[in-house]
Design a protein around this ligand. Structure first.
Ligand code: SF4
Ligand code: SF4
Length: 144
């Protein structure tokens, strides 16, 4: 919490709306950890690398701490095990320049038909396909 500047970025980003600012301390905290999707969006989005998380067991051992250091094109992860050993690794986070992808807020609102359809927002365009495959109905045709 010492690193947190209360910038609200994690509050804005969290898809589960569980990152809040403590009004007394002016610092962020997770109000409902059991509802966390563990999507790491708050971890990766925090400009202060202030979110200290438990990583997935497939890349970090039990009882460790994971923190990140974000650059424009990559994230460096620092894993500190409960035994004190430290491992660091880096992976690229994007292949396009920052701000080169239009915000969804700039998109036109969906038609009423689209809003009631089965497709998610921006499908199929964001999947880079012309159309999604149709799934045949499993319901058996009525017999006469
Ligand atoms: S945890 Fe990071 S992103 Fe969230 S309010 Fe604090 S400094 Fe901002
Ligand atoms: S990791 Fe949890 S708290 Fe962080 S943005 Fe994702 S759902 Fe929200």
């Amino acid at each position: 919490m010492d690193k947190c500047k209360g910038c609200m970025e994690c509050v804005r980003l969290c898809p589960s709306d569980i990152m809040h600012i403590d009004p007394r301390l002016g610092k962020a905290f997770n109000i409902e950890p059991s509802m966390c999707w563990e999507c790491f969006t708050c971890v990766k989005g925090c400009p202060e690398a202030a979110v200290d998380v438990r990583g997935y067991a497939d890349f970090a051992p039990f009882g460790h701490h994971v923190t990140q250091q974000r650059a424009a094109d990559r994230i460096a992860w620092r894993i500190e095990s409960r035994g004190g050993s430290v491992r660091e690794f880096v992976f690229p986070i994007r292949t396009t320049p920052w701000d080169s992808i239009a915000s969804p807020a700039t998109a036109p609102p969906p038609t009423t038909e689209a809003a009631h359809g089965e497709l998610l927002s921006f499908e199929p365009d964001y999947l880079a396909v012309e159309a999604l495959p149709t799934i045949p109905s499993k319901r058996a045709a009525p017999t006469s």
